[in-house]
Design a protein around this ligand. Sequence first.
Ligand code: NAP
Length: 462
Amino acid sequence: MGIATVNPTTGETMQVFEPLTAEAVDRKISIAHQAFQQYRRLPFAQRAEWMQQAAQILEEERERWGRVMTLEMGKPLAAAITEVEKSAWVCRFYAEHADQFLADVEIATDASHSFVCYQPLGVILAVMPWNFPFWQVFRFAAPALMAGNVGILKHASNVPQSALAIEEIFQRAGFPEGVFQTLLVGADRVPEIMVDDRVKAASLTGSELAGASLASAAGKQIKKTVLELGGSDPFIVMASAEINTAVATAVTARMINNGQSCIAAKRFIVQESIADEFTDQLVQRYAALKIGDPLLPETEIGPLATPAIWQELQEQVTACIASGAKLLIGGDPDRLVQANPGLQRGNFYPPTILTDLPIDSPARQEEFFGPVALLFRVADVDAAIELANSTPFGLGASAWTQDLAEQQRFIREIEAGCVFINGMVKSDPRLPFGGVKRSGYGRELAAAGIREFVNLKSVWVK
Ligand code: NAP
């Protein structure tokens, strides 16, 4: 379909965009490169003033921007508005803290004065996904711009209006021309942008395939990348857990963003002694979820973002069942539409739970990007950790237990970029965020995030 807004609730094509020509891309990179020469010299206070202004525009117009996202990718409007507010938060966070995170650090050596300082790199390319169309971009842009870099955005092809909205917000906030630009281009154009000498580094959030492709192009040019890729995160519930809270959180953790979040809990690993009770409660709550038009306030689950995502999920579920997995609820989109004819034209998928996955099922190694939970039973903490670590991914794990020794085991032994004990995994500007294994490398957010795209320069003076 190229670059276009197609409403996932109705299937209606709302707007189609022409991709930029090679000349237009070149012009924009040139403007960015020029802008950097002045922008890098500005004091933090000036950049912070504009970043605070961007936050204010987001907050004042939260409903407008929320609607843009909901119409493009189908997340419930209330969640979209919350995402706009969170994007404002990350702008304010870096406006307030960038100068401390990037202050010179004195180090005693044999010099009369030695220290490290942090300097911006230049034009940074951001390749971003559609699932959090604002948050993913702002969590890249707020630290990058506060550090003195300039950004060019290649957003996912199904969220062009979000991409243009973000460019507009930074312009209206007062940032000089060229400091943040959107490039409406397809994925096939990323390598040519990456090899451009004026582009110094890149951040990509998306699939493993996209990450590997960008990192290969960047590697050939010896350019730095930060990759935030997929996940198949565990949600572990041990016998001592407060089960009602754990089940309620399990539903939110899987269903957030219509099930399309990298850090959504995707594998539920439950201790045998409480597994029946946990399963019964989970199935009941899944059955009660309200699926429908994401613009309606009562809707909890909207459509999947594109027909291709729907198709892939359906194939994964069908393959699981064929390999011997047991379906506890959902799994049949036709039945969903028969019961709710109004959903016929959208990419709606029913909340689904699968269990008893055979040990050799390929699905155990895959990410399910939609409202599908995989349920496993384990005997004890050793088995829980082994199963949790048995995927190629390692983004964010959630473990539920009151037992302090078990908590320590999960904290120390789970292979993931973050571990949340008795809580749902979430991103927070104050905490570094990122993955290990095939979930990627590098960190966003917090001090670590703003230090990814800077030259840490050591200075020695006698
Ligand atoms: P995707 O297909 O990889 O798309 C993400 C972005 O990469 C889009 O802008 C896309 O452009 C571009 N892209 C695709 N193929 C590319 C290639 N070969 N070279 C360069 N760029 C390429 O991923 P998605 O399906 O939209 O997003 C879902 C994935 O993102 C999931 O795996 C999810 O877990 C992951 N994710 C990770 C995080 C995290 O923080 N770790 C956060 C959110 C999502 P086009 O749209 O033009 O194809």
